[in-house]
Write a protein of this length. Structure first.
Length: 362
């Protein structure tokens, strides 16, 4: 079984948001043709995407081809729209979340939902979080690594984390809104080095800001193997020890104490990095994540984990599925039935295609 925690989906179509809200800055999907579409912002091309970004049946075919049992769906981070008027972002969140719920309801053995929230308006975010959990049946939400000028330790955001803990709502943190200009304008640097830095900043903010101390049952997973954080934890801890006047102002506890409380996905693209990640964060705290269907993702989800000769079958199962089930608080038995059904169907197909043996010929 494979459960992919980190992948992205969009509706095939949504309303003209500039017309709906009265101002620009929004992403629209245009020119659906030959299995591709253009993500446009104010008439400028943002990204070209393939139909696997909106068509669940295409996704399922590709999941079957790579052995992925379940995807925990989340929106594309550019859709967060924390910059907009709160009531408009809430409306867009409902459009995205409702479409995701429709797909999950249609294919309950293949998809789970991670909702999106209007984080710039915490009261509205709590309202939508509750709806995602209680009405839509989502086990979690996806949020950005920061919210405009707020890092994740901002006092304004704390009611959201309290509600997530209360409602057992898992939080997947994805980096976004990186610096794009100046020195970062070349070589895809915002995605290659900006994102890992964004994620480390989010993790340090939650730790130093006492979020995880105040909410010990809060389940948080960070994308891209936790970015730079796991590989700089020694520096972070050393800074805490030598400059508590700067690092320990909101939380007196060593940042390393929280490593066993934090989850990351497995998306590091390197065997040695994955080995170190698992050793550092813990065997129970790393979850398969592919970033499907985008180029920087793992194109065959779980292949890196499966290639690790140092990992026994039990550890591989944890990384491929078990830890995701624990993080999301989901019973895996319904997915096991799906896996068994697929195996049985494949065996029947193999039997039908296999020529009869000589012994069975008359």
């Amino acid at each position: 079984m494979k459960i992919d925690l980190h992948n992205h989906i969009l509706p095939e179509r949504w309303p003209d948001l500039k017309e709906r809200y009265g101002y620009g800055g929004w992403i629209q999907l245009h020119d659906h043709c030959n299995g591709k579409a253009n993500m446009m912002r104010d008439g400028k091309l943002f990204r070209v995407i393939d139909e696997n970004c909106w068509d669940p049946e295409v996704r399922i075919r590709e999941m079957d081809a790579t052995g992925v049992t379940v995807q925990a769906l989340s929106t594309v981070p550019v859709m967060f729209s924390y910059w907009a008027k709160p009531e408009d972002t809430l409306d867009l969140c409902k459009i995205l979340n409702n479409d995701m719920a429709r797909i999950v309801h249609k294919y309950p053995q293949r998809f789970l939902g991670l909702g999106t929230l209007p984080m710039q308006a915490p009261e509205l975010a709590v309202q939508e979080l509750k709806r995602c959990v209680k009405e839509l049946g989502f086990p979690g939400v996806q949020i950005g690594s920061h919210v405009n000028q707020w890092n994740l330790d901002a006092p304004e955001l704390q009611p959201i984390f309290a509600a997530a803990e209360e409602y057992n709502c898992a939080i997947f943190v994805h980096p976004w809104d990186m610096e794009l200009g100046g020195r970062m304008s070349k070589y895809w640097l915002p995605w290659l080095v900006g994102m890992p830095g964004e994620t480390a900043t989010a993790m340090c903010s939650m730790i130093f800001g006492g979020v995880l101390e105040r909410h010990p049952k809060l389940k948080v997973c960070f994308a891209h193997g936790g970015g730079a954080f796991p590989f700089t934890i020694g520096r972070i801890e050393h800074g805490f020890n030598v400059r508590p006047d700067l690092c320990a102002v909101d939380n007196p506890h060593n940042p390393r104490n929280y490593v066993g409380q934090i989850y990351t996905d497995s998306l590091v693209h390197d065997q040695r990095a994955l080995k170190y990640l698992v050793e550092t964060m813990g065997e129970d705290r790393v979850i398969l994540g592919s970033d499907y269907p985008f180029p920087l993702g793992e194109h065959h989800p779980g292949k890196l984990i499966e290639s690790m000769n140092e990992f026994d079958l039990n550890l591989k199962h944890k990384l491929l599925a078990g830890n995701a089930l624990e993080f999301l608080g989901v019973d895996g038995s319904r997915f096991e039935r799906q896996t068994a059904s697929k195996s049985s169907s494949q065996e029947e197909m193999d039997t039908e295609e296999r020529p009869p043996s000589k012994k069975s010929r008359p």
